[in-house]
Design a protein. Structure first.
Length: 42
């Protein structure tokens, strides 16, 4: 749920998918396994 809120907030701030992914990885990877989803195109 926290990830969803962060994505919504960052999207509203005009962040790109790559910027959002970088933020999510930095914030949540220390709490568990990293996502194996491919990174968005640049």
């Amino acid at each position: 749920m926290d990830v969803t809120r962060d994505v919504m907030r960052l999207t509203e701030q005009g962040k790109t998918p790559g910027e959002i992914r970088t933020f999510i990885d930095a914030r949540y990877v220390p709490q568990g396994r990293p996502m194996d989803t491919p990174r968005p195109p640049r």
